[in-house]
Structure formats: structure tokens, C-alpha cells
Design a protein around this ligand. Structure first.
Ligand SMILES: CC(C)(COP(=O)(O)OP(=O)(O)OC[C@H]1O[C@@H](n2cnc3c(N)ncnc32)[C@H](O)[C@@H]1OP(=O)(O)O)[C@@H](O)C(=O)NCCC(=O)NCCS
Length: 145
């Protein structure tokens, strides 16, 4: 999988199909998508976009004294799952965050994906919360120091 930067609008069809099928692609635009500090990555196989993730310079509440990055909408097209591409994309997120002097990285993770983050070495918060229309989530995070 070849991972490179993409534009925010290029993430929208996969955000809708893989993460928010009940919304339109336009409704899958997130706050901060067009900020100059935001980065969108796409994973390509044979020039087809098969994975996406978006990274925002954004602190966790209560952690504003350190430099935090949030990633959102990390997803792999179903036919390409369980082949290590999710972990490869997560490593690209970590490389980007480290390259931008991040102290820590975090995400609101779906419960269905928590084991993926645990295996990748992330700390799993114990407070579950519901994202309307999507389901239960927890915060996952890792520090770089
Ligand atoms: C979660 C997701 C990104 C994982 O991607 P993937 O390419 O299938 O994951 P990988 O093949 O890199 O898996 C790495 C390891 O995590 C494990 N893993 C991956 N997804 C898992 C899951 N949902 N539950 C438990 N373990 C999981 C794999 O078995 C593998 O373990 P191993 O190293 O012991 O073999 C992918 O399933 C996906 O896109 N899901 C739908 C969208 C989604 O939920 N995104 C997360 C939003 S928070």
C-alpha cells in the first residue's frame, strides 16, 4: 500500500461508505478538515484509494499543556482488511505526528476497533460514550515521550 497525502474532499466517499453510511458524503465533512494544520492520508493499491485517515492538531480536554494530535476516520476498505494495512496506516499517522512535534496522539475509537488499538500499544480509557448514529466509543491514546 502506497500512503500519501490527499485532499479533504477525497476522503468523503470512503468516510461515508465505511464509517457513516447513514449520512451523505457532504455530511461527512468534519470541523477542521480544511485547517492548514490538518493532514489527510490515503492508502493506495494499484492507484485505488483503499484506506483513509485524517489528522488534526487538537488537544484532549485537560491535556492542553502538551501538544496533541487527534486522528479521525481511520478506515480500510473491507476487502483489504486483516492484511496489516490498518496498522501500516496507523504507523503513518504516528510518523506524521512525531514529525510535527506531537507529545501525544488520540482518537475517539469505536468499541468494535478497540482491540486493534490495544494491539498497537494504545492506552484505552475506561469511560465509554455514545456517538449519535454510530454507537459506543472510548478514547484511545499514546504518548511520544
Ligand atoms: C479497524 C480497522 C482499521 C483495522 O484495519 P485492518 O487492516 O483490518 O487491521 P490490521 O490487519 O492492520 O490488524 C492489525 C492487528 O489488529 C487486529 N485487529 C484488527 N482489527 C481488529 C478488530 N476490529 N478487533 C480485534 N482485532 C483487530 C488484527 O487481527 C491484527 O492482529 P495481529 O497483529 O495479532 O494479527 C478496519 O477493520 C476498519 O477499517 N474497520 C472499519 C472502520 C473502523 O471501525 N475504523 C476505526 C474507527 S475508530
Amino acid at each position: 500500500m502506497n500512503i500519501r497525502k490527499i485532499q479533504a474532499f477525497e476522503t468523503l466517499p470512503l468516510r461515508k461508505d465505511l464509517l457513516r453510511p447513514h449520512l451523505t458524503p457532504e455530511q461527512c465533512i468534519y470541523p477542521g478538515d480544511d485547517d492548514s494544520t490538518t493532514c489527510h492520508l490515503g492508502g493506495f493499491i494499484d492507484d485505488s484509494l483503499i484506506s483513509i485517515v485524517s489528522i488534526y492538531q487538537r488537544d484532549l480536554p485537560g491535556e492542553e499543556n502538551k501538544r496533541g494530535y487527534q486522528f479521525r476516520a481511520l478506515a480500510i476498505v473491507e476487502a483489504f482488511r486483516s492484511q496489516g494495512y490498518g496498522l501500516a496506516l496507523l504507523h503513518a499517522v504516528e510518523k506524521y505526528a512525531r514529525g510535527n512535534a506531537a507529545d501525544y496522539l488520540w482518537a475517539n475509537a469505536r468499541m468494535t476497533a478497540v482491540e486493534f488499538y490495544r494491539k498497537a500499544g494504545y492506552t484505552i480509557d475506561d469511560k465509554e460514550f455514545i456517538v449519535e448514529g454510530v454507537g459506543p466509543h472510548v478514547i484511545v491514546s499514546r504518548t511520544f515521550y
